[in-house]
Design a protein around this ligand. Structure first.
Ligand code: MTE
Length: 316
């Protein structure tokens, strides 16, 4: 996997990985130090470091890269956790176009590399909590979805954002054959205020490298206070709408999966408890590796106000 580098940044401007990894712990210790970055001290990044609050980086130990890139859910490549890494060799994440359309003043098609060039890529260290009760801590590289939405100018009538994954049976073995695990394309949705929240990220890399196919190359959604299934991968279309979008898992099993999917230790999955989670990459002996699940995955201070007055049990 080549080192991830946006095409507009010269290699001499990139902080060596050893330096940025050690800076990560340094920044974790500093009071306002919110964000480790791939880039050298450019003016834009200096500005970002000043303005981005500490919620953008959690201090939990990072999940090893080998686990982040080998234990995956990406049913388009198969149902086993190892399938996406093993069976995505034919997948071609470039060239790639993302269409942004629907209730916007300026619908547009974006080439992935033009997008990466246009929006400064930041590192965000987020917890990821899968609805299956395992979790990871991942250093993503990406840009806020809000930046892309601003570009297309949503109309006042737009209330939701719908997302769609690519359909390519020739490259995605889980989309081929008689038995299909899910209907394709995989689809997801957010309320517009959730989509515009500064924590909501479009990731194009992880661990400072280009996003691997198994993690949703070339561009995937990351909404850290929601269960991982909201993080739709390999996005080709983003549509602004006034109707609450259907999402794949809610459509497949509405008793078990909802539209909101906010991480909530007080609302169990019908088949298992959501009170705690298994942190991938940590030893499982004598309870180690088990963490209590936090409301909104630990991001309550930032996002709980989005749901004030709402019944979180009914809107699971
Ligand atoms: N996106 C698509 N298109 N297809 C999928 O099967 N799985 C979801 C989500 N996005 C999925 C998807 C689920 S259930 C989870 S937990 C996360 O991706 C897993 O992301 P990761 O493999 O990068 O950890």
């Amino acid at each position: 996997m080549p080192a991830y580098r946006p095409p507009h940044i010269a290699s001499k401007e990139i902080t060596p990985k050893s330096a940025y990894l050690s800076r990560r712990s340094l920044m974790a210790a500093s009071a306002g130090g919110a964000l480790a970055t791939l880039f050298g001290p450019g003016a834009a990044m200096a500005e970002a470091l000043k303005t981005i609050p500490s919620a953008y980086k959690v201090d939990d130990k990072l999940t090893p890269k080998k686990d982040v890139t080998s234990y995956n859910n990406f049913y388009e490549f198969g149902l086993d956790k190892a399938d996406p890494a093993a069976l995505s060799g034919d997948f071609k994440p470039r060239p790639w176009t993302v269409v942004v359309d629907g209730m916007v003043a300026k619908p547009q098609r974006f080439d992935i590399d033009a997008l990466i060039k246009e929006f400064p890529v930041e590192e965000r260290v987020y917890r990821m909590r899968c609805v299956e009760a395992w979790s990871m801590v991942i250093p993503w590289d990406g840009f806020p979805l809000a930046a892309l939405l601003d570009k297309v100018e949503p109309l006042g009538s737009a209330k939701y954002v719908a997302f769609e994954t690519v359909v390519r049976p020739a490259e995605m073995p889980g989309q081929k054959g008689l038995f299909q695990s899910l209907p394709w394309p995989y689809v997801e949705g957010l309320r517009l205020d959730e989509a515009r929240h500064p924590l909501t990220l479009l990731a194009v890399g992880l661990y400072g490298e280009t996003l691997p196919s198994q993690n949703g190359a070339p561009i995937r959604l990351v909404v850290p206070w929601k269960y991982g299934f909201k993080g739709i991968k390999s996005i080709v279309r983003i549509t602004l709408t006034d109707k609450q979008p259907v999402n794949t898992w809610q459509a497949a099993n509405p008793q078990e999966y909802g539209f909101y999917a906010n991480v909530n230790p007080a609302v169990d999955h019908p088949r298992w408890s959501q009170a705690s989670e298994r942190r991938i990459g940590e030893s499982g002996f004598f309870g180690a590796g088990r963490h209590p699940t936090l409301p909104f995955n630990g991001y309550a201070d930032e996002v709980a106000s989005l749901y004030s007055g709402m019944d979180l049990k009914a809107n699971f």
